[in-house]
Design a protein around this ligand. Structure first.
Ligand code: SF4
Ligand code: SF4
Length: 77
């Protein structure tokens, strides 16, 4: 299973990562960052294909996708 890490200290709550995810893995949480932004949370990690769109879209480099070892993205194609 892939792992998704969100750095709440850098996230500005724009939610672009949520919008761009084709699998609807992410959703808005009820957690506020230190700056008061509602940060995303990983709601359906099982559905993550590791496409990296969330990571590439985040303007603040706050979300990182760690691929499951031994699995390649091609496995999900
Ligand atoms: S795209 Fe980045 S800054 Fe925007 S909500 Fe997602 S993790 Fe936070
Ligand atoms: S890597 Fe792709 S499928 Fe996984 S959370 Fe990010 S955008 Fe969604």
């Amino acid at each position: 299973m892939n792992r998704i890490e969100i750095d709440n200290d850098f996230c500005k709550g724009c939610h672009l990562c949520i919008a761009v995810c084709p699998q609807e893995v992410l959703e808005i949480s009820k957690v506020r960052s230190g700056k008061g932004y509602l940060v995303p949370r990983v709601a359906r990690v099982d559905d993550c294909t590791g496409c990296l769109q969330c990571e590439m879209t985040c303007p603040d480099l706050s979300i990182t996708v760690i691929h499951d070892k031994g699995k390649k993205e091609a496995d999900h194609a």
